[in-house]
Design a protein around this ligand. Structure first.
Ligand code: HEC
Length: 460
C-alpha cells in the first residue's frame, strides 16, 4: 500500500474519470437523502467489503458515525471514481463482479454529504452483510496459517520462500486456493505452487524449515533440502505451478463448478515463491497471512491454462523496457495464438511508473476483440479481471498489450525524486524496478463457450 500522503497526492493530481451512466440523470433524488434509508444500502453493497472491521482498509464505514466523519472525503472519492477502486474502463469491456457506482448513486452520496450527512430513522438501517473472515468467497473449508513473519521497522524489501504443509484425511479437489494477506497490508506479491506427494513416499510433510530468505540464501536446491521438500528417498515430488497468486488488491477467482480447480493429495505443501514484503514501515510488525482452501465436490472437467505476454513471458517487450528519467515511454508485446481459445480472466501488471494499459486481440480478418483498458493505472489495484462470459479468440489472432509509463516528476507515484533510469530487471518484482506483463487465463475453445456465464455468486 502506498503511503497515505502519496495516496492523497495521487488523488489530487489525477484527472476525474468521465464515466457517466446512461439515463440515470433524470431519476429524481429523494428530497431528503439519509444514511439509514439511502446511503447505507449503497455502502453495504459497494464499500463495506473493505471498509469494515477486519476488511482491507483501516477506515471503517459500517456505522452512521464512522461514515459521517468521512462524509466530505467520501463524496470526493466517489465523484472522482477513486472509490470503489475499479481501474478498468467499463465502456471498453465489462467484467463479472465489477464494483462501480451509478451516476445516480454518486449524486445521492454528494447530496447527503452536502446536506450535512443526516442519519435518518434508526429503524430503516439495514443489517451489515455477514462477512466471513477477510475472504470475499465465504468461509473456507481449510484455513492454514502461513508461518508468521517478523519485520523490523524501516527494513528493506524481503523475498522469502515459505512452505505451508498440509495433511488431509483423503485425496480431494479444490475449486479455489486463496492467499489471505495479513491485516497490515505488507505483503506485496506472492506466486505459489503446490507440492504433491505420493502418500507412501513421504513420511512427514511437516518436518523441515518453513521459511528461507532468498536474498541471503539463493540456492534453490539447498533451500528445498532445508525445507525437507524431497521425498524420503531423495527424489522430488510433483510441483504444480501457480496454484495461488496474490498482488495488491487481488481477490481469488472462483469459476463455475467444473471449470478450473486442483487435485489435492492427502499429503502436500503450498510453496510460496518470492513472498515479497515491500515498503518501509515505521514500526516492527509480525505478518500473519493465511491460505484458504475451498473444496470442490468433483474433479474439474476443464483445467484452466495460462500464458503471459511481456516480462519473462512468451513474447518480448518492445522496445526494451528501459525508461529514461523525465520521459513518457510506450511499450507493447504481441503474441500470436495457434488455436481457438476461450479467455476467462486477464491480469495486467506494471509497477509504480505505470500510466495506462490496454490489451486487445487482432483477428486474422482484421477485426479487433477488446480485452481491457485501464486509462489510469493504479498500482494498488491490480485485479485478475474475469469476463462476464468467456471471450472466444480464434486461432491466428495476435494478442496485443500496450503500456505507457510515466517517469517524470508529474507522476506522484514515481519512487525516485528526481526521476532516475528505471528498467525491467529480469522479472525482479521489487516495486522500484519495472515490469510489463499481461497474463491470460483460458480454456481450449469449445462450441458454445461464449454463452457460459462466469458470474458466480460468492457464498457470503
Ligand atoms: C476493494 C476494497 C475497497 C472498496 C470496495 C472500497 N474501498 Fe475505499 N479504500 C480502500 C483502501 C485500501 C483505501 C486506502 C486507505 C487505507 O489504506 O485504508 C480506501 C480509501 C478510502 C477513502 C479515504 C479514506 C481516508 O483515509 O480519508 C474513502 C473516503 C473511501 N475509501 C470510501 C469508499 C467508499 C465510499 C466506497 C464504496 C462506494 C469504497 N471506499 C470502496 C479500499 C476499498
Amino acid at each position: 500500500m502506498l503511503q497515505r500522503t502519496k495516496f492523497y497526492k495521487a488523488i489530487l493530481l489525477l484527472v476525474p474519470a468521465m464515466v457517466l451512466y446512461a439515463c440515470t440523470n433524470s431519476n429524481r433524488l429523494p428530497d431528503k437523502v439519509t444514511f439509514t434509508e439511502h446511503i447505507a444500502p449503497i455502502f453495504f453493497k459497494n464499500c463495506t467489503v473493505c471498509h469494515r472491521p477486519g476488511g482491507r482498509s483501516h477506515v471503517e464505514l459500517a456505522t452512521y458515525l464512522q461514515a459521517k466523519n468521512y462524509a466530505a472525503s467520501i463524496a470526493y472519492m466517489v465523484r472522482e471514481r477513486q472509490m470503489p477502486p475499479w481501474p478498468a474502463d467499463p465502456h471498453y469491456t465489462e467484467f463479472s463482479e465489477q464494483r462501480l457506482l451509478s451516476e445516480r448513486e454518486i449524486k445521492m452520496i454528494e447530496k447527503w454529504a452536502a446536506d450535512g450527512a443526516p442519519e435518518g430513522p434508526a429503524d430503516k438501517m439495514p443489517a451489515l452483510p455477514h462477512y466471513a473472515s477477510v475472504s470475499s468467497l465465504g468461509e473456507p473449508d481449510m484455513h492454514i496459517p502461513v508461518e508468521p513473519f517478523f519485520l523490523k521497522a524501516n527494513g528493506s524489501d524481503r523475498f522469502l520462500l515459505i512452505k505451508v504443509p498440509f495433511e488431509l484425511p483423503r485425496d480431494t479437489y479444490a475449486s479455489v486456493v486463496e492467499f489471505e494477506a495479513g491485516g497490515q497490508n505488507v505483503v506485496h506479491h506472492v506466486n505459489g505452487d503446490m507440492v504433491k506427494y505420493e502418500f507412501d513416499k513421504k513420511s512427514n510433510v511437516m518436518a523441515g524449515q518453513r521459511v528461507v530468505d532468498m536474498v541471503n540464501d539463493s540456492n534453490i536446491v539447498i533451500a528445498y533440502q532445508k525445507m525437507g521438500l524431497p521425498n524420503d528417498d531423495g527424489t522430488y515430488p510433483v510441483l504444480e505451478k501457480s496454484v495461488v497468486n496474490y498482488l495488491p488488491g487481488v481477490y481469488a477467482q472462483r469459476y463455475p463448478e467444473g471449470i478450473g480447480g486442483f487435485f489435492l493429495p492427502r499429503k502436500g505443501a503450498f510453496l510460496l515463491n518470492d513472498l515479497h514484503y515491500g515498503f518501509t514501515r515505521s514500526q516492527d510488525i509480525t505478518d500473519s497471512s493465511f491460505i484458504n482452501v475451498y473444496f470442490s465436490k468433483s474433479p474439474p472437467d476443464r483445467l484452466v491454462q495460462e500464458f503471459q505476454l511481456g516480462t519473462v513471458g512468451m513474447s518480448p517487450v518492445e522496445p526494451d523496457l528501459i525508461i529514461q528519467p523525465n520521459t513518457i515511454k510506450k511499450v507493447s508485446s504481441r503474441f500470436k495464438i495457434s488455436k481457438d481459445i476461450s479467455v476467462l480472466t486477464v491480469n495486467p501488471h506494471m509497477h509504480l511508473l505505470g500510466k495506462s494499459f490496454k490489451a486487445y486481440a487482432l483477428k486474422p480478418d482484421g477485426d479487433t476483440i477488446r480485452l481491457i483498458s485501464i486509462p489510469r493505472w493504479d498500482f494498488n489495484w491490480q485485479y485478475f479481471y474475469t469476463y462476464k462470459k468467456m471471450i472466444k479468440i480464434p486461432a491466428g489472432s495476435t494478442i496485443v498489450a500496450e503500456g505507457v509509463y510515466d517517469n517524470t516528476k508529474a507522476n506522484p507515484n514515481n519512487p525516485f525524486s528526481p526521476p532516475r533510469l528505471v528498467q525491467d530487471n529480469k522479472g525482479s518484482m521489487r516495486a522500484t524496478d519495472e515490469m510489463f506483463q499481461f497474463i491470460v487465463s483460458y480454456l481450449p475453445y469449445k462450441e458454445g463457450d461464449e454463452n457460459i456465464s462466469l458470474e458466480v455468486q460468492a457464498k457470503r
